[in-house]
Write a protein that binds this ligand. Structure first.
Ligand code: SF4
Ligand code: SF4
Length: 415
């Protein structure tokens, strides 16, 4: 039986064997015999729309004594919730900001969090006793900037389709989900998802160190709606350490949503842990639900989403037929398209929306077909970015190999 302390000792000595979940599964698929003695840590990750994300901030506004207590606050127009500490007379505010709060149809909490982490100037507007105060502030001036997920990294998520003819506006669609059975919107990174690789939560628990949006964070406990059948985690991390590329806004047909990411190292303590790490996309059920009630009525698999498909979307400028206004750029949920340059890889989350919208076929990528029994529905939207999650797994592996990240054992079980 290996121990977390023993693995940390090997990390400190530079002798730990670390691989990503994708690398491990490929070695197993290639026929290599692997036991717990052969690998110490496997890195897992997920990136996608995670509505349950909020920020807790403390930031300066004016000189002390200028106002008693903030009653209303906006950051770049995104409404925040002042408090709970009143900061009476201090000229500063404590705030909670939801990732799903909206300043406009195109800018919300997810966009704001990314801008804060990117070090951009943020406009703060405060109302107090009918007086208004406004200033610009950057992350460097925020003494406290913490991101919290109330639920994230679901073991697996779901696919939604519209079973009726009328189009439904939804957070699971960019332009409304058409029907009946004409398109599918999918979420979840499949066999590299952290909890999918530790389904019984043997190693992930309260206190597990992880990467939240690329910065060090910790598991706080179970997330909301977490269950033994479908667990998820609540986590927190310091925004000062985060990477803007691993987070952001995502505009749906019901307004802006919040993209977040989680990467967790799985210590290979024994062969039971290793057995769970052998999971592959074709053995992970993907519940299929109608967008109206989200009650699953069929089951596909994550192989439909990620096996034999293109995890990244590409752009061929030669195929562009120069539409009067570029419809792909207009609907891109992350604002990643600018012509003639094409796709900004820092912003693109490989959702696939542009593939369907571009009449010239300049954007390409095989998103796959959802197969649930006799039902076959083309996938038109991915709200999880496996390509980015893979980059996150590699980043975490490199941090461990560089001795910049060590493992923590859980202090309490999650379920
Ligand atoms: S939608 Fe496609 S073809 Fe039309 S302008 Fe945009 S990139 Fe070009
Ligand atoms: S895949 Fe296309 S629509 Fe989606 S984020 Fe990237 S560029 Fe935008």
């Amino acid at each position: 039986m290996k121990t977390i302390d023993g693995i940390n000792k090997k990390i400190a000595e530079g002798s730990a064997v670390v691989c990503t979940a994708e690398e491990l599964k490929q070695r197993i698929a290639d026929g290599e015999t692997i036991t717990a003695a052969d690998v110490d840590v496997v890195t897992t990750g997920t990136f996608g729309v995670m509505s349950g994300t909020l920020a807790v901030l403390h930031l300066p506004v004016t000189a002390p004594g200028t106002f008693r207590q903030a009653e209303k606050v906006w950051l770049n127009g995104v409404p925040a919730i002042p408090g709970p500490c009143p900061n009476e007379g201090l000229g500063s505010v404590d705030l909670v900001v939801y990732g799903t709060a909206h300043a406009s149809a195109a800018y919300g909490g997810g966009h704001l969090f990314r801008d804060i982490v990117a070090g951009k100037e943020i406009t703060v507007d405060v109302e107090s006793s009918h007086l208004w105060f406004s200033r610009s502030v950057t992350l460097a001036e925020m003494g406290h900037a913490r991101l919290i997920t109330t639920r994230s990294a679901f073991r697996n998520y779901l696919a939604v389709i519209n079973t009726k003819p009328d189009t439904v506006q939804s957070i699971f669609s960019v332009q409304g989900l058409t029907g009946p059975y004409t398109e599918a919107s999918v979420s979840g990174c499949g066999d590299i998802n952290p909890i999918q690789n530790d389904p019984d939560l043997r190693v992930i628990g309260v206190g597990t160190r992880l990467l939240l949006n690329g910065g060090t964070g910790y598991v706080m406990g179970q997330g909301t709606r977490s269950s033994r059948e479908k667990p998820n985690i609540a986590a927190y991390g310091d925004m000062h350490a985060m990477n803007p590329e691993m987070m952001g806004g995502f505009v749906t047909s019901l307004g802006p949503e919040c993209n977040s990411s989680v990467a967790i190292p799985i210590p290979v303590l024994d062969d039971t842990v290793l057995t769970s790490l052998r999971i592959t996309n074709n053995r992970i059920p993907l519940p299929v639900a109608d967008v109206r009630d989200r009650i699953p009525f069929a089951t596909a698999s994550y192989a439909d989403v990620w096996d034999g498909t293109d995890s990244a979307i590409s752009y061929s400028p030669d195929a562009c037929i120069h539409c009067e206004t570029c419809p792909a750029a207009q609907v891109c949920p992350t604002g990643a398209i600018t012509l003639p340059t094409g796709i900004d890889p820092q912003l693109c989350v490989n959702c696939g929306t542009c593939v369907r919208e571009c009449p010239g076929g300049a954007f390409s990528g095989n998103l796959g077909v959802l197969t649930a029994g006799a039902t076959k529905v083309p996938i038109t939207l991915r709200q999880s970015d496996r390509a980015r999650a893979l980059r996150l797994c590699t980043h975490l592996k490199d941090l461990i190999l560089d001795r910049k990240f060590s493992l923590t054992g859980k202090v309490e079980d999650l379920v």
